[in-house]
Ligand binder design. Structure first.
Ligand code: ZN
Length: 155
């Protein structure tokens, strides 16, 4: 069990593109464990590897329905549109309304290398889209249409 420091806005790592995982090794399992530990400790509903300084395409999400671990996740289908409040552990104190697809199908690998396809709606769909954005250096603040609290400035 290891809780990591979560990088915050202004850290250039958050703006970099993460690399795909080519081989699932014990290091990837450790990364998944550390991400989950850090997310639950925060607490948050999702965390992406670059947020703890690792530029690998790995995310965890738990919106209260159990832990989802995904390696190399991709949105393969999206439908509808929903504008809802969002925040981010890497942008403490800021909250804004962000438009996202209302439902998505996400494909990725689980820790055993099995292909998983997840169809999600509501908060689950939102969290998956938010975490996958992190893998491309995109933060929710880039997509806010209306600020609810503390518009952050990037230093
Ligand atoms: Zn985030």
């Amino acid at each position: 069990m290891a809780i990591h420091k979560i990088l915050t806005l202004g850290d250039p790592i958050l703006r970099e593109k993460s690399q795909p995982v080519r081989k699932i090794t014990p290091n990837v399992w450790k990364l998944l464990d550390n991400l989950a530990d850090t997310m639950y400790d925060a607490p948050g509903v999702g965390l992406a590897a670059p947020q703890i300084g690792v530029l690998k395409r790995v995310i965890v999400v738990d919106v209260g329905e159990g832990l989802t671990e995904l390696i190399n996740p991709e949105v393969i289908a999206a439908s509808g549109k929903e504008v809802s409040a969002e925040g981010c552990l890497s942008v403490p104190g800021a909250q804004g309304e962000v438009p996202r697809a209302a439902a998505v199908t996400v494909r990725g690998l689980d820790r055993h290398g099995r292909v998983r396809e997840i169809r999600a709606e509501g908060l689950y769909a939102r969290a998956l889209q938010h975490e996958i954005d992190h893998l491309d250096g995109i933060l929710f603040i880039d997509k806010v249409v209306r600020w609810l609290e503390n518009q952050p400035g990037e230093r």
